[in-house]
Design a protein. Structure first.
Length: 101
């Protein structure tokens, strides 16, 4: 990683936080909520989106590790005790489900 990349990663990490589904619902309704698969690094994805890294983003999209949140997943998150983490990379809000400890 370059120094610039390290700085962006650190910035995004500092802006990532747990969030309640109720706080994410307006973003879901506007279609700007992107789900990140739990097996990949949320911050790495946010960094790639922020840097418009088409190669990485396209790979995650094609592997269905990144994409628009589907209604059935939204219902699941609304009904359960799910730990969600989010980071904003305007205009997107990236969200990831984390296992409860």
């Amino acid at each position: 990683m370059t120094e610039h990349t390290d700085a962006l990663y650190a910035q995004l990490l500092g802006e990532t936080a747990p969030i309640l589904w109720s706080e994410l619902e307006p973003f879901f309704a506007r279609g700007v909520l992107l789900q990140v698969a739990s097996q990949i690094d949320l911050i790495e994805v946010a960094q790639a989106v922020a840097q418009d890294d088409k190669t990485k983003v396209s790979a995650w999209l094609s592997q269905q590790q990144l994409g628009h949140l589907q209604a059935d997943q939204a219902s699941h998150w609304q009904s359960g005790q799910i730990e969600l983490w989010a980071v904003v990379v305007a205009p997107w809000v990236l969200v990831q489900e984390r296992p409860l400890h």
